[in-house]
Design a protein around this ligand. Structure first.
Ligand code: GTR
Length: 328
């Protein structure tokens, strides 16, 4: 081949690959999904599973890349980025939405659910569907609701058996006014703080304790610096899986339906992973020296009236509380 002919072949090949790349980009989308938990945590694996379903059903056109371990930021910050469409999908607890979306307070309320089964039944039906719709007013599409087990208090000082044992303790809560009120009603001092800062705050004594489910207490290794875990099970605040409306609106109706179906189907997967992980985490923290105690639960339930009075204010929220209580 002469030099001139090989140059022509080279430029033609370049031009061809540029076309190929452009059309591939137009068809193929990789959605960026945020999560603060480490790789392997049930929420991460559930969203990866959703991605696998999507990829299969779209013949490889739509994929999800899960950025775990808070790579895209702490939860409260990622809400804003998702509203702007910078992050496409976000798996995040209900609590950081509480101040923005009043209805999200309801499933986070203390002792609103009688059991995990009650929570699942409520969130699987029309109450959960209506809750997911609430996100739409805030540039988000509610895709699914995941389990988050039950949250209990842990601290470095002493076992908590009654609310009196919490008096004056500094307890980290999520960035939610409702959680601040919950902890204040128990006589402790609530300190709202991003999840990623809790370990060192416990270690340095900036706070005395926090509250979370077994898997988070274990995966964060908070049990190393806060060994008294008191089984209050005060909130079953579920996890929310949301999508940026701006990203969702770029898809046609058929792809939107694919996305929603894959998200819904990941809920069952998440529950299987969650149930197994809860048991593993409980065993791990016990082996790691955590001291677990039961509490006088009724005393905690009785102290929660001010929280309901403050956050269940309008008719819509009252109806939602009543609807949940009516689920058998
Ligand atoms: C976890 C939850 C996270 C986050 C965290 C926290 O249980 O999965 O989304 O809300 O608790 O306490 O900040």
């Amino acid at each position: 081949m002469t030099a001139r002919r090989s140059f022509l072949a080279y430029t033609a090949a370049l031009a061809f690959s540029a076309v190929a790349v452009t059309s591939a980009l137009a068809q193929n989308v990789t959605l960026r999904s945020a999560d603060i938990h480490p790789d392997g945590y049930p929420t991460i694996e559930a969203v990866k599973y959703m991605g696998k379903l999507l990829e299969e059903r779209s013949n490889g056109r739509i994929k999800i890349n899960v950025f775990h371990s808070g790579q895209l930021g702490q939860e409260k910050d990622t809400i804003e980025q998702t509203r702007f469409g910078v992050i496409d999908i976000n798996r995040i607890n209900m609590a950081p939405f509480n101040n923005l979306i009043p209805a999200t307070n309801v499933p986070s309320l203390p002792f609103i659910f009688r059991s995990v089964d009650h929570m699942r039944k409520s969130m699987d039906g029309p109450i959960g569907d209506n809750l997911l719709k609430e996100f739409e007013k805030h540039d988000l599409v509610g895709l699914a609701l995941y389990d988050s087990g039950s949250r209990s208090f842990y601290n470095s000082k002493r076992p908590i058996k009654t609310p009196a044992d919490m008096k004056g303790m500094k307890i980290r809560v999520q960035q939610s006014d409702m959680f601040v009120a919950l902890v204040s009603a128990l006589g402790a001092n609530a300190t709202p703080m991003p999840f990623g800062e809790v370990y060192s705050a416990l270690q340095t004594g900036v706070i005395d304790g926090a509250e979370n489910n077994w898997p988070s207490y274990e995966s964060t290794r908070h049990f190393e610096v806060s060994k008294f875990y008191s089984v209050t099970e005060h909130s079953l605040s579920p996890e929310a899986l949301v999508m940026a409306k701006r990203s969702f609106d770029k898809f046609n109706a058929a792809d939107q339906a694919l996305i929603k179906a894959a998200a819904k189907e990941s809920v069952l997967k998440m529950r299987q992973l969650w149930d197994a992980r809860e048991k593993e985490s409980e065993a791990k923290v016990k082996a790691g020296g955590a001291q677990i105690n039961q509490v006088e639960k009724q005393a905690f339930i009785d102290a929660m009236k001010p929280v309901y009075d403050k956050f269940v204010t309008d008719a819509k929220l009252k109806e939602m509380v009543a609807a949940i209580q009516a689920v058998n």
